[in-house]
Design a protein around this ligand. Structure first.
Ligand SMILES: *[C@@H]1O[C@H](CO)[C@@H](O)[C@H](O)[C@H]1NC(C)=O
Ligand SMILES: *[C@@H]1O[C@H](CO)[C@@H](O)[C@H](O)[C@H]1NC(C)=O
Ligand SMILES: *[C@@H]1O[C@H](CO)[C@@H](O)[C@H](O)[C@H]1NC(C)=O
Ligand SMILES: *[C@@H]1O[C@H](CO)[C@@H](O)[C@H](O)[C@H]1NC(C)=O
Ligand SMILES: *[C@@H]1O[C@H](CO)[C@@H](O)[C@H](O)[C@H]1NC(C)=O
Ligand SMILES: *[C@@H]1O[C@H](CO)[C@@H](O)[C@H](O)[C@H]1NC(C)=O
Ligand SMILES: *[C@@H]1O[C@H](CO)[C@@H](O)[C@H](O)[C@H]1NC(C)=O
Ligand SMILES: *[C@@H]1O[C@H](CO)[C@@H](O)[C@H](O)[C@H]1NC(C)=O
Ligand SMILES: *[C@@H]1O[C@H](CO)[C@@H](O)[C@H](O)[C@H]1NC(C)=O
Ligand SMILES: *[C@@H]1O[C@H](CO)[C@@H](O)[C@H](O)[C@H]1NC(C)=O
Ligand SMILES: *[C@@H]1O[C@H](CO)[C@@H](O)[C@H](O)[C@H]1NC(C)=O
Ligand SMILES: *[C@@H]1O[C@H](CO)[C@@H](O)[C@H](O)[C@H]1NC(C)=O
Length: 664
């Protein structure tokens, strides 16, 4: 049974009507109706001028009894002014009816409490419709379900709920999902560490229809919002009463809150998932490149052509859609942002909205689509919070659909670099897996345009690759397998590993010279230590960066870049390099014909000065031990618990690599 949604005025009208003999009449006319209707009316009658809110409940039930025939005319107000003036001021006090998946938004003042009821008729009513606008599931559903997502169908939370429900369809128990978002909060000019949060009270007993700070605690449960969000599931058999309470303010806070609450029998209307779905590709002094995790499954059997074709189709679907995710970026030490970090609605309202370029990309191993975000206009050496949100593409008439209130995933914190001579480049035409900070010179106006920096590195690598292909053409490659140089490799594989290796060694991954030799960054190799900083005549102070300064000044590998063109054209000054992974070199030697003469340095000093080590045992939060274009570090350390890609590595020599390159 659907009740009409009542405005406070309509509720008041009902209340007043029922103080008349009408209710008595109804009671006698409809004798099977439960006696408690009358009891309410009587109670209401006697308490009308006191603080009482049963009239809303009665209103709804009255509507049932009276066949929905009243209550359209708001114009009755004048007649009742004398009776219920006190009720007008307290109209918000009336428990408002919640409908399945329909959010209610309201302002709430400090110290105030608002009441809602999710009525039995709605709880056991019609299920909401489902939103299915993305090509495949998002985390955490993508990993939790065993379903093959190469089918390109979305199985979202609402469907889960539906399945759960089907299993126990005949019971009289229903699972109810209540979620709340803080959209706006009081502000303060005082220095505070935390912002006050709203509280959610829930009662399932008719004796406590106004759960809140003043009500009996044995008949209600309190939930404090966290980051502007709370979710609660309860199994119920009857009405659910909800109270939302705002704390009193201190510390110079002014203003009120605004929140959005929704109850559902399908799934949470607003979601916060404590699941990492965003990772840091790299950062420089003024920007950061972030990306979502893979949007398609990584585990497709390579020998199953059907599965591969399906997956490719799905990947193309993702690439064809408008980038669906939103990114919110804040100063990490801003307590106002911390206080809303789990609230889609709050983040949306607080968002500054500027300085983020976003695009879909298939960069990296597996060619799985991701959405990337280039966050610009950041300040050097600062910590930021980045939060990924999603709210689909809403249709205008889309009311009552499950999960329509937005999703938020786990917050990512990242830090910008300081020195200014490293800059992120990505989407290179040739070295397409490169997406990291490279040495630059911020005083060179030509290089201020990222495209010029991209061209400098990319064209150099491309020219070297061109010469390599000439060499490769001398080798019998794509003949029959017996004539090939190896059964396990062919020229295409060789060319691929050469390209990855070449891009990594000619385009150094750059990090601050000032980056300390900390436990996570101890393998960074200083470069150009005897050159002045780009904006400074002074030489670098090597204390803390190299144990033996005298040695550092004499070593070529500490006094040049890996690629001499960088020093002659870009002139970045001192920086530290995250060395390429030695596995790039091993792959090259393994997949290419011996006739090409590739060789990696032997174990020991020369190897350590040339290459870092792709060492899985070292993977942990914020540790990247070497540069391997196309590898997405944070996903390598197990269950995706790693949140960022910092920088670190083994020590090396430009000379060695140049020797290897010149040996071609
Ligand atoms: C839930 O299940 C019913 C019956 O199986 C089906 O008709 C309905 O479409 C499903 N609803 C959703 C939201 O999937
Ligand atoms: C904070 O300071 C600004 C300007 O200094 C003032 O306009 C605003 O009213 C202050 N807000 C509060 C909450 O004190
Ligand atoms: C509600 O019932 C379902 C199925 O009966 C059960 O799995 C779930 O744990 C219950 N939830 C709560 C909050 O009691
Ligand atoms: C409910 O909230 C908790 C944290 O408060 C979160 O871990 C969980 O994922 C949320 N569930 C949904 C479905 O939003
Ligand atoms: C290939 O994958 C499809 C699913 O995409 C599966 O139905 C089929 O059985 C697989 N074939 C083989 C040979 O494994
Ligand atoms: C972030 O907040 C801190 C503390 O309020 C402040 O010192 C810092 O300058 C802020 N950073 C940015 C980038 O606004
Ligand atoms: C985003 O990608 C599309 C196609 O891949 C490209 O045309 C467009 O220029 C890109 N936009 C940006 C800002 O990189
Ligand atoms: C994407 O999938 C590839 C394998 O196909 C994996 O190597 C990579 O780590 C994944 N990256 C992310 C960000 O999930
Ligand atoms: C600036 O960079 C360009 C390379 O893009 C280089 O050709 C030019 O010489 C540099 N200018 C200065 C003043 O170093
Ligand atoms: C390619 O090889 C030619 C001939 O050996 C040489 O002149 C040229 O400099 C090489 N190009 C690059 C970019 O090294
Ligand atoms: C400039 O030189 C001073 C003194 O040696 C040093 O402290 C400072 O870090 C230098 N600035 C930059 C940007 O390197
Ligand atoms: C920094 O790390 C490198 C590489 O491990 C090491 O050779 C050097 O001595 C370290 N410097 C200091 C000051 O600890």
């Amino acid at each position: 049974m659907q009740f009409p949604k009542l405005t406070p005025l309509q509720s008041r009208l009902v209340a007043c009507l029922c103080t008349s003999t009408l209710c008595v009449l109804v009671y006698y006319l409809l004798s099977p109706a439960p006696a408690r209707y009358f009891a309410y009316a009587a109670e209401l009658d006697s308490l009308l001028n006191q603080d009482h809110n049963h009239h809303r409940i009665l209103g709804a039930q009255g509507a049932e009894l009276l066949g929905d025939s009243w209550g359209e005319e708001g114009s009755y107000e004048a007649e009742f002014v004398g009776v219920s003036r006190s009720l007008i001021g307290r109209a918000d006090d009336v428990p408002q009816g919640l409908k399945n998946n329909v959010p209610e938004t309201l302002n709430i003042d400090p110290g105030d409490t608002k009441y809602y009821v999710f009525e039995k008729a709605d709880i056991f009513g019609k299920k909401g419709s489902n939103r299915k606008e993305l090509p495949s599931n998002l985390p955490p559903d993508n990993h939790r379900t065993k379903r093959d997502d190469s089918e390109g169908e979305s199985l979202d939370a609402a469907e889960h709920a539906n399945q759960t429900l089907e299993r126990r369809q005949d019971t009289s128990i229903q699972q109810v999902y209540i979620s709340i978002n803080t959209c706006l909060q009081p502000t303060t000019n005082a220095t505070v560490t935390a912002y006050p949060q709203l509280s959610l009270y829930i009662s399932t007993v008719d004796t406590n229809q106004k759960p809140g700070p003043g009500a009996d605690d044995s008949s209600q449960t309190m939930f404090q919002l966290d980051g502007g969000y709370m979710n609660v599931t309860i199994n119920v058999t009857d009405n659910v009463y909800i109270g939302i309470a705002a704390p009193k303010l201190d510390l110079g806070f002014t203003g009120s809150w605004n929140y959005e609450i929704a109850a559902s029998i399908d799934a949470f209307f607003m979601d916060y998932f404590e699941t990492p779905f965003l990772w840091k590709v790299d950062s420089d002094s003024n920007s950061a490149l972030l990306a979502t995790m893979n949007l398609t499954s990584e585990n497709v059997p390579p020998d199953n052509v059907t599965a591969q074709t399906k997956m490719e189709h799905l990947r193309q679907k993702w690439m064809g859609i408008t980038p669906p995710f939103e990114l919110f970026v804040f100063n990490q030490s801003d307590p106002a942002a911390q206080a809303l970090k789990r609230s889609y609605c709050g983040l949306k309202k607080m968002n500054l909205g500027a300085g983020i370029d976003t695009n879909m990309t298939r960069r990296g191993m597996g060619q799985n689509p991701k959405q990337q975000f280039h966050v610009k206009q950041l300040k050097p050496g600062q910590k930021y919070l980045a939060i990924l949100g999603y709210n689909g593409v809403k249709q205008e008439d889309e009311v009552g659909s499950a999960g329509g209130g937005g999703r938020i995933w786990e917050t990512l914190s990242f830090e910008t670099q300081r020195d200014g001579n490293c800059r992120i480049i990505f989407d290179l035409p040739f070295c397409n897996d490169v997406a990291y900070a490279v040495p630059t010179n911020p005083t060179n106006d030509t290089l201020k345009d990222m495209q010029n920096l991209v061209n400098f590195y990319d064209e150099h690598a491309k020219a070297l690759y061109q010469n390599f292909t000439f060499s490769l053409q001398q080798i019998p490659c794509d003949t029959t397998s017996s004539a090939q140089y190896s059964l396990v490799s062919n020229c295409e594989q060789c060319a691929r590993s050469y390209k990855t290796w070449l891009c990594a060694v000619t385009i150094p991954r750059c990090t601050d010279f000032s980056a300390p030799n900390s436990s996570t960054k101890k393998y960074l190799l200083p470069r150009n230590v005897m050159q002045p900083f780009y904006n400074n005549d002074s030489l670098a102070d090597l204390t803390g960066h190299w144990n033996d300064p005298a040695e550092a000044r004499e070593r070529m590998y500490l006094n040049s870049s890996r690629n001499p063109l960088i020093d002659s054209v870009i002139r970045p000054g001192p920086y530290k390099e995250l060395l390429p992974c030695r596995q790039l070199c091993y792959d090259l030697v393994r997949t290419c014909p011996a006739a090409l003469g590739f060789q990696c340095p032997d174990q020991g000093f020369m190897l350590d000065r040339s290459y870092g080590d792709f060492d899985r045992s070292q993977f942990s939060v914020d540790v990247v031990t070497c540069n391997y274009p196309g590898v997405d570090w944070p996903t390598l350390s197990g269950v995706g618990r790693v949140r960022g890609a910092g920088v670190a590595v083994a020590v090396a020599v430009g000379l060695m690599v140049i020797a290897v390159m010149e040996g071609l």
